[in-house]
Design a protein around this ligand. Structure first.
Ligand code: NAP
Length: 492
């Protein structure tokens, strides 16, 4: 496949963009510098995307700053209409967006379509929510003064997003920001700029004015300078970042001198606990859902499976059977459930974790090696006889490996689940209502799936505690991130 072929795969070829978008114009980098984007399923070159730097990042901030007064002045209803139009265009071009995503990110086409709908749901939700921003009138403590609280757009915002959900991680930030009256500069990941560019093209077609939404594309090396420019600018009021915990820490530090509001959606390392009263079939299904979606490359992927000793052997056997039945391949092919990993580094990390586990006594029940297809494909893998000290139990795998450990009692398993600096998502299966409350309250996580392996949607508060981040995305909480309070005190 070459860069023209991707365009030909689309019913609307003009959604295939390789330039960045600043102040309503598609722009190339100085001297036409570009970086290559490859299809992880085939290794083929699919695009050469503008490789911008700090100077262009500053131009994008300037564009967002210039567009802010007029955008903020619009009524919430006017902004809601434009967002609604954007939502409709995303849904109307769902197949094309999903094709672009599969080709640059690797997830199967059906899953990519699911992400397009999930991503669009944030635009729809915040288009509606935009009209419901309300302030307050506290009771006055003075007879001769009255008080009011206004909610106002925070200003120019920056969104830095990862490759694993190339559309949803953008809409989860962009739609509340725009709904609140903020303007935005987006920096998508090096591996998946094409989904982001197509999304922004649809925002342009929806009539979102020039400068309100800008996108800076850059490769891994230039991202550092771009990130510094975005974080250090006094014109930027808010940074929302989704990605790894180490990069989140760096960006937070870079935002400190200008005291920006920061929202961080960082790494996960989810425990998945099966108690002795669980419905075993449902637990296996939930485990498969939460483990293998996006080839295990989601921040809420289950990473550590704790199964009560009375169910352990049966769970391992059924999980292995379900895992071995997963069809692996190019996500554009019919019936594929698991695509490739994103890049060689990711494959290496999975291999290292499995090798470390085997070296320390784990048993491979199924999988455990690269897939016969070669390239970046890895077999769905189940490991048993796993010990807490193994790498796979201590670090986020971000790959299709289920490591299973037996446990004896509730207190011990809750302590093991909480023994990490990570606090994003956790899952457990039980039918005992008392245990459900006890365990849910004791798990130190921002999100807990109970008798389900799939929890994300646009109305719930998505986010983590501990070192998994700050702030929440989705629901009315997602909009609050982009609003400042202003207190007015009026003498009568
Ligand atoms: P990453 O390396 O932190 O990269 C994420 C984004 O940050 C990319 O756009 C990347 O750009 C950019 N970036 C990296 N270093 C930067 C710097 N110094 N300055 C400015 N930007 C910089 O994360 P990843 O490996 O792509 O994503 C996987 C991680 O994200 C996992 O830990 C996962 O759990 C987490 N995640 C969390 C959530 C959540 O909601 N909590 C959701 C999805 C993923 P380049 O690509 O150009 O380097």
């Amino acid at each position: 496949m070459n860069t023209e072929v991707l365009g030909k795969l689309l019913s609307e070829p003009h959604l295939f963009k390789q330039q960045a978008f600043i102040a309503g114009k598609w722009i190339s980098a100085n001297n036409d510098q570009s970086f290559a984007v490859h299809n992880p399923a085939t290794g083929q070159l699919i695009a050469n995307v503008a490789n911008l730097g700090a100077k262009e990042a500053e131009a994008a901030i300037q564009a967002a700053h210039s567009a802010l007064p007029a955008w903020r002045r619009k009524t919430a209803k006017e902004r809601a209409h434009l967002l609604r139009k954007w939502f409709e265009l995303i849904m109307a071009h769902g197949d094309d967006l999903a094709r672009i995503m599969t080709v640059e990110q690797g997830k199967p086409f059906a899953e990519a379509k699911g992400e397009v709908a999930y991503g669009a749901s944030f635009v729809e939700w915040f288009a509606e929510e935009a009209k419901r921003v309300t302030g307050a009138i506290p009771s006055s403590t003075w007879t001769d003064k009255r008080m009011m609280v206004l909610k106002q757009a925070i200003g120019v915002c920056v969104a830095i997003t990862p490759w694993n959900f190339p559309i949803a991680m953008i809409t989860r930030k962009a739609s509340p920001a725009l709904a609140a009256g903020c303007t935005l500069v987006i920096k998508p990941a090096e591996q998946t700029p094409l989904s982001a560019l197509a999304l922004v093209e649809l925002a342009r077609r929806a009539g979102i004015p020039d400068g309100v939404i800008n996108i800076i594309t850059a490769d891994r090396d230039r991202s550092i300078a771009v990130g510094k420019a975005l974080c250090s600018s006094p014109q930027v009021s808010h940074l929302s970042f989704t990605g790894s915990t180490p990069v989140g820490r760096t960006l937070m530090q870079q935002c400190a001198p200008t005291v920006k509001k920061v929202a961080l959606e960082l790494g996960g390392h989810a425990p998945f606990i099966v108690f002795e009263d669980a419905d075993l079939d449902a637990a296996v299904q939930g485990a498969v859902d939460s483990k293998y979606r996006n080839a295990g490359q989601t921040c809420v992927s289950s990473n550590r499976f704790y199964v009560h000793e009375s169910l352990h052997d049966a769970f391992v056997e059924r999980m292995a059977r379900a895992s071995a039945a997963i069809s692996v391949g190019n996500g554009l092919d019919e019936g594929i459930v698991q695509g490739p990993l994103i890049e060689a580094r990711a494959l290496q990390k999975v291999e290292e974790q499995v090798a470390d586990a085997v070296k320390h006594g784990a048993r491979i029940i199924t999988g455990g090696k690269r897939h016969p297809l070669g390239g970046l494909f890895y077999e769905p893998t189940v490991l048993a006889n796993v010990k807490p000290a193994m790498l796979v139990m201590r670090e986020e795998t971000f790959g299709p490996v289920a490591a299973i450990v037996p446990f004896k009692n509730d207190d011990a398993v809750i302590a093991a689940a909480n023994e990490t600096e990570i606090g994003l998502a956790a899952y457990f299966y039980s039918r005992d209502i008392g245990r459900i409350w006890r365990v849910a309250e004791q798990l130190e996580y921002g999100m807990v799936g109970i008798n389900t392996g799939l929890i994300s949607n646009e109305v719930a508060p998505f986010g983590g505690i501990k070192q998994s981040g700050l702030g929440r995305e989705g629901g009315s909480w997602g909009l609050e991130e982009y609003l400042e309070m202003k207190y007015l005190c009026v003498g009568l």
